[in-house]
Design a protein around this ligand. Structure first.
Ligand code: CAA
Ligand code: FAD
Length: 381
């Protein structure tokens, strides 16, 4: 594995770092307070080419590699995890399925709009009764003429209400389990598509999470993604890539919390000296730094495999599991280092603490990552 970023990757890192500090940072307090989708920032990200970083130039993307894209999510999430997940869901699971499994007509129609940021993407797999057990979904799609009629509902959909396109999974053959699931590209204006009121969440304020309801939603056959019955494989293989994005988001949260805690430990004085001079605090910082570095190596290892066009399902799960656990433990310790001030909204660590939690839950909980990883291990013994 090459541990040095190329000139192009470093350029992306610098550009997004500057954008996050200058444009995103000043907006975080308002996003937190109002829990409103940051439409203006997302528009600017489109203008900078950040909404289609790994999408080929012939489809209007920046044509850069997966590592550059992961660097962008990492840098944005250091400042705003909410914006990090908006970008990750839009790109990894909202756009990639069309690139990987779409027809030429679907790619030509949707990719330029998504890559430019004109359209925002979303991914609708989970349901109220089917989260970890995604194949237990109840939404159905019945073929009628040259359309499919979808009925059912989805839950927890990131970018819900803000997105223009949704990759929706439904059962076309309910008796066939995971082999009876089909994927569709659904547009927000299709009749029968409804966005329900958004969830009030512990964190990620500014990132919308909504249920969706489908009442005789007519989706043209031309919007079926892949073959009938191929949907679960499409979902799972896209989550392989998506999980690297969430690992990068978790890494950004962990690094943001560590940087804030280290700076505070140098400034805050008790007993006549900086708290960082006390071994109880200094050792915490050392342990946090080791975990963050390990999370970084796992995340960029998985990204590098994808950049080289190799499979990375196992490595993505390892990165997602370790980086999300690191985000949580680092944020907990950061609040501790800030003492009472860490428990207030005056400092960002309480936000990192709340935002970190969900990285252990979505795109497959920590328990599900362990299932995926143990399946990989046992397959080869
Ligand atoms: N790539 C391609 N195909 C795959 C695959 C992969 N990574 N993993 C499994 N499959 C295929 C299998 O080969 C199998 O195919 P066949 O029937 O042809 O043999 C089929 O899928 C079923 O596989 P399993 O029997 O292993 O499936 P399962 O029902 O036991 O489920 C699971 C496995 C790993 C638990 C899966 O359900 C899972 O990943 N659950 C978590 C769901 C999840 O991550 N949801 C995320 C929603 S998106 C989101 O959360 C976005 C966000 O927050 C920001
Ligand atoms: P459950 O599956 O009910 O799990 C409950 C607990 O049981 C968990 O601790 C879990 O790990 C454990 N558990 C379940 N099965 C097992 C097992 N076999 N072994 C051991 N432990 C197990 N979904 C989308 O489709 N699109 C999105 O854009 C999206 N965005 C989201 C955004 C947010 C903010 C949140 C909170 C969720 C989002 N999700 C999205 C849904 C997310 O992927 C699910 O919440 C997640 O997969 C877990 O499903 P669940 O909530 O139903 O929990």
């Amino acid at each position: 594995m090459n541990l040095t970023f190329t000139d192009e990757q470093q350029m992306m890192q610098r550009m997004v770092h500057q954008f996050a500090e200058e444009k995103v940072q000043p907006e975080t307090a308002r996003m937190e307070r109002e829990d409103r989708f940051p439409a203006e920032i997302v528009r600017e990200m489109g203008e900078l080419g950040l909404m289609g970083i790994p999408i080929p130039e012939k489809y209007g993307g920046a044509g850069m590699d997966v590592t550059s894209y992961i660097l962008a999510i990492h840098e944005i999430s250091r400042v705003s995890a909410a914006l990090g997940v908006i970008l990750s869901v839009h790109t990894s699971v909202g756009t990639y399925p069309i690139l990987d499994f779409g027809t030429d007509a679907q790619k030509e129609h949707y990719l330029p709009k998504l890559a430019s940021g004109e359209y925002l993407g979303a991914f609708a797999l989970s349901e109220s009764g089917a989260g970890s057990d995604a194949a237990a979904m109840k939404t159905t799609a019945v073929k009628k003429g040259d359309s499919y009629v979808l009925n059912g509902s989805k839950m927890w959909i990131t970018n819900g209400g803000a997105a223009d396109t949704y990759i929706v999974f439904a059962k076309t053959a309910p008796d066939k389990g995971s082999r009876g699931i089909t994927a569709f590209i659904v547009e927000k204006d299709m009749p029968g598509f409804h966005v329900l009121p958004r969830e009030k969440k512990m964190g990620l304020h500014g990132s919308y999470t909504t249920p969706l309801s489908f009442e005789d939603l007519h989706v043209p056959e031309a919007n079926r993604l892949g073959q009938e019955g191929e949907g679960f494989r499409i979902a799972m293989s896209n989550l392989d890539a998506g999980r690297i994005g969430i690992a990068a988001q978790a890494l950004g949260i962990a690094e943001g919390a560590l940087d804030a805690a280290a700076a505070y430990a140098k400034e805050r004085k008790q007993f006549g000296r900086p708290i960082g001079d006390m071994q109880g605090i200094a050792f915490k910082l050392a342990d946090m730094a080791v975990r963050v570095e390990a999370a970084k190596l796992l995340t960029y290892r998985a990204a590098d495999l994808r950049t080289r066009g190799e499979k990375a399902g196992k490595e993505a799960s390892m990165a997602k599991l370790f980086a999300s656990e690191t985000a949580m433990s680092t944020a907990i310790e950061a609040v501790q280092i800030f003492g009472g001030y860490g428990y207030t909204e005056d400092y960002p660590v309480e936000r990192f603490f709340r935002d970190a939690k969900v990285t252990q839950i979505y795109e497959g909980t920590s328990e599900i990552q362990r299932i995926v990883l143990s399946k990989h291990m046992l397959k080869h013994t």
